[in-house]
Design a protein around this ligand. Sequence first.
Ligand code: IVH
Length: 713
Amino acid sequence: MAANIEQEIRELREQIHFHNYRYYVLDDPEITDAEYDRLMRRLEELEAEHPELVTPDSPTQRVGAEPAEEFDTVRHAVPMLSLNNAMNEEEVEDRFFRPVREALGGEVELVAEPKLDGLAVELTYENGVLTTGSTRGDGTTGEDVTHNIRTIRAVPQRLLERERKAPSLLDTRGEVYIEKQRFEELNRQQAEAGEKEFANPRNAAAGSLRQLDPSVTAERPLGIFFYGVGRVEGADVTDQAGLLDFLRSLGLRTVRPWRLCRSFDEAIEFYRELMADRDGLPYEIDGVVLKVNRFDYQQQLGVRSRNPRYAIACKFPPRRETTRLRDITVQVGRTGALTPVAELEPVRVGGVEVARATLHNADEIARKDVRIGDTVIVQRAGDVIPEVVAPVEANRTGNEDRFEMPDQCPVCDGPVERERRPDRVYYWCRERDCDEFLKRHSNKALPDSCRGCGGPVEEISGGSVLFCTSIACPARLKGAIDIFASKRGMDIDGLGTKLIDQIVDGGLVKDPADLYRLEQDDWANLERMGEKSADNLIDALDASKSRPLRRVLVALGIRNVGEHVAEVLADHFGSIDAIMGASTDELEQVAEIGPIVARSIADFFDNDANRKVVERLKDEGIQALTEEAESAEEPAGDRFKGTTFVFTGSLESMTRSEAGEKVKNLGGRATSSVSSKTDYVVAGPGAGSKRDKAEQLGIRILSENEFLDMCEQ
Ligand code: IVH
């Protein structure tokens, strides 16, 4: 009997494995969904009766793992490179065809594949069994998302060995993505559940794969296409076309449609065809990837600054339509940024109906001279949120209206502050515990993902942007509490984004000070909470009351005040009242506080709503706000009073931060950049530009020993 059952289980697994292959890899199912479900149910039944016969690679075992605390990191044995882009056919010629011809002495075969708009992953199969799945991360190390990868139905737990034996080791690479229609469904569900919608299928795929709880990932409609490899042991493949056939024969769903092109013209033909067909594909593609077919030629061409010279991504131009701009409204985002939004006569752009589009900021509206009533060109570049490109000036009647940004926050009526670095694009990582969480990044373009954690990023601004400054503004309250509770702020253990959403949506808190008023019942009645976790949260809130001033300053989320500036402020002023009372001029007098930062601080405390929150935090007993700075931070001497040091290069007897501590202990200051306010630069071996700058400014340069002598004197 048991032997029969074992046999039946084995056969069921084989059948399911094979039908998965027919369905996902060949796109040619042999049986109906109902028949497939019957096989699956029978297997589940038998495994339930005989748990001792369950194996980890059984098709029933996709969602087995417990939620993780965090992801481990995985080092890619062979780095995962990224591709150079070409934005049009001329660029393909200049950046790819010509250099390849020159290097190889003529045209060679190319493989053309769609460029999928998803998230790159690497899956490791050892002796045919899936052992690890990881994200690309920075190309060298990614996150271990094995449990989440397993939930993707098109991922075989075991390689198919019908045509050939599985290699002893295979790192295969591909793209996790979400089909367009499923993406729209997912966003509808997110909206219904009051969750944030995803900006594009790529972000949805990334967000889904980076869930700590695999059962959440399992609910997401993720698909996968394979197109490459890292390590391969025990198999011989010599070109890309052969590789795609090889992967497919192992039951891996390879990228499609692809073509082996005999000439460069044929590759361009494929690019044009796919561009024309792209709306017909169920998934979003943003271009075509061309790869030199033969691996020996690939090797010969080599890699230049992380981009292979044997491949290129030929991007498609964004899709555009014209429509009428009915009105411009202003939205306030979670960072407080005021974004003008175009309210459009609905129009279909690349198969998606568009009724609203971003206008980015007031400068952009002025630069493009977009007016209410204009006929405008709208474009969608993969994102759900389209943008207004330009007005069609020929269609003007003279009845169009110019638009001006409000000088108050449209949500809370509070004052707004102007971003003063118009040449930058800033982004904000959505992971609250990521190192990049509080930093804004200056870059000309929004990066694909956060440099700190590889997670999704949100653009805060491009150009001149207005920000609501009120910490209690309903539009940014969730973001404000997120910062308040973050590790670098009040470090309130257990108060995560989901919980914050619940307390804000439930109207339990109107500003961060309200957190300290909530009682055990309030917490315990929330989803996924009980008395125990409620008690823990109350303890965590109590513990947070003793955070030092510099941390409280970070927690307030004052624009341009990160950990370093907060420390400078706390050291210099010693109390929140002194900071609140300081004028812009007084703030600017402080070393390392420039006019932009000074203005942000003054703007923040000029705002009545913010002062009230600070007063209420004091009432709740936040110690740093009621007392002078802790005595532990009192300097041991004042030899360096009023003296500013910069350390550069490597030091022998201590680290740079230890050196900084020494300076602080003697009443001085250690800063990271050289300016006219710097008194000494201590330069160790390897010192570069800071030393040069010090020389230019005529600042005295000390060796480590000279510095140590000064400390001893
Ligand atoms: S090949 C050296 N093929 O594009 C080759 N990548 O910028 C590197 N991608 O991280 C990858 N479709 O996420 C390759 N058919 C395809 C692709 C593809 C999408 C993504 C992938 C990669 C990025 C490279």
